[in-house]
Design a binder for this molecule. Structure first.
Ligand SMILES: O=C(O)[C@@H](CO)OP(=O)(O)O
Ligand SMILES: [Mg+2]
Length: 419
């Protein structure tokens, strides 16, 4: 179905951390409008597509995105409005070519990805399909993903001493998405009680998880397992398992990993993860090592790849070429998928296809700075990848995605769980 874009505009709005981000509105023939909100990260991989911020594009602060907004209203609108596009790939290709940098640095990945997400919605509307169905690749069964609730925040997402960035609970054994969300909410409440009973503050980090002043990741894991059991769920893969995102690039300096006062080599880190996997029901580790420690990743995969899922985020940045290279090196077993990391929906779908073809798992992900946009809930469902992480089961911008999944489940007979 051909799309003629009748209008395109953008505004600077706020993300969930109170920082400026881009919101795009696309007008279809007949006047119907579709919108997209652009997410923004804090612990970013160095090879991510470039988010255009006013002033120095490489310094992240609370700076504006008026240049990116201006690029949507000006150059990108001039490029797209009034033209006919056969598919989303053609829209994305036109923007990539016009940008001309290979990193989307000129027009801004935040401008381009907003238009790409809005265009995906426009094609879905034209086809009369819900977004998840439009995003469903031929021959791939759609599926409701296991939600990964980030319930303890550290690292770049919280002001506490905790070095690991994310501790997630994953109801792998839940019978349905709705029951998985219920489990997440009940465990979140049990964890709040457990932390308060031990005298820890229950203030929140950027993704809605608690941010207690705990140093050792193992101490957090003990508290988390207790909360799972207290809420009445079996800790483990048949019930509720745990996933970690240490975001190790953030505590890797001069070839060493600095965790809870210790100064560890890459091999020490791997040994530490092995001990964690022996002791706790951890099923997935994302960014266990830094993005510039590729040899370490290969050794990590050799040692633990048969026991836990090893997800590359900063390492892979949702980039088809980088993922292809990592697959050939056997440097991980799964890819984190963030639309704004690569900057178009088409390239995101391409990266997911490459993973599927190689037998790699994929986990669709939010960013630490989010809007109320629920695009990723549809992306995870339509691509059938079986995993989504989008923060705690609290805070509106996170809950919006989980609630969207509940709505999809209510209206459709789709399987739930890991692919
Ligand atoms: O590291 C991550 O996986 C993400 C999302 O949780 O964080 P950020 O958006 O800050 O990069
Ligand atoms: Mg990460």
């Amino acid at each position: 179905m051909t799309l003629t874009i009748a209008g395109l505009s953008a505004v600077e709005v706020l993300d969930s951390r109170g920082r400026p981000t881009v919101a795009v509105t696309m007008v279809l023939p007949g006047g119907r409008r579709v919108r997209a909100g652009v997410p923004s990260g804090a612990s970013t991989g160095s090879r991510e597509a470039v988010e255009l911020r006013d002033g120095d594009p490489h310094r992240y602060a609370g700076r504006g995105v008026r240049h990116a907004v201006g690029n949507v209203r000006g150059e990108i609108a001039d490029l797209l409005v009034g033209r006919k596009f056969a598919d989303l790939a053609a829209v994305d290709r036109a923007m990539i070519d016009a940008d001309g940098t290979g990193t989307k640095a000129r027009l801004g990945a935040n401008a381009i990805v907003g238009v790409s997400m809005a265009a995906a919605r426009a094609f879905a509307v034209l086809a009369g399909l819900p977004l998840w169905r439009y995003l469903n690749p031929p021959g791939v069964p759609p599926r409701l993903p296991v939600p990964h609730f980030n319930v303890v925040n550290g690292g770049a997402h919280a002001p506490n001493r905790l070095d690991f960035q994310e501790f997630m609970i994953a109801p792998l054994g839940a019978p349905s998405l709705t029951e998985a969300v219920r489990a997440g909410a009940e465990i979140y409440a049990a964890l709040r009680r457990g932390l308060a009973d031990k005298g820890f503050a229950t203030g929140l980090g950027d993704e809605g998880g608690f941010a207690p002043e705990i140093d050792a990741p193992e101490d957090v894991l003990t508290t988390l397992v207790d909360a799972i059991a207290d809420a009445g769920y079996p800790p483990g893969r048949d019930g509720v398992a745990i996933a970690l995102d240490p975001a190790a690039s953030e505590f890797h300096r001069d070839g060493r990993y600095r965790v809870a006062g210790e100064n560890l080599t890459s091999t020490d880190m791997i040994t530490r993860y092995e001990a964690i996997v022996d002791r706790f029901p951890v099923w997935s580790i994302e960014d266990g090592l830094a993005e510039d420690d590729l040899d370490g990743w290969v050794r990590l995969t050799e040692r633990l790849g048969h026991r836990v899922q090893l997800v590359g985020d900063d390492l892979l940045v949702t980039n088809p070429a980088i993922v292809t290279e990592a697959i050939s090196r056997e440097a991980a077993t799964a890819a984190l998928i963030k639309v704004n990391q690569v900057g178009t929906v088409t390239e995101t779908l391409e990266t997911m296809r490459i993973c599927r073809d190689a037998g790699w798992a994929q986990m669709v992900s939010h960013r630490s700075g989010e809007t109320e946009d629920t695009f990723i809930a549809d992306l995870a469902t339509g691509t059938g990848c079986g995993q989504l992480k989008t923060g705690a089961p609290a805070r509106g911008e996170r809950v919006a995605k989980y609630n969207r999944l509940i709505d999809i489940e209510a209206g459709n007979d789709l399987p739930y769980g890991r692919a």
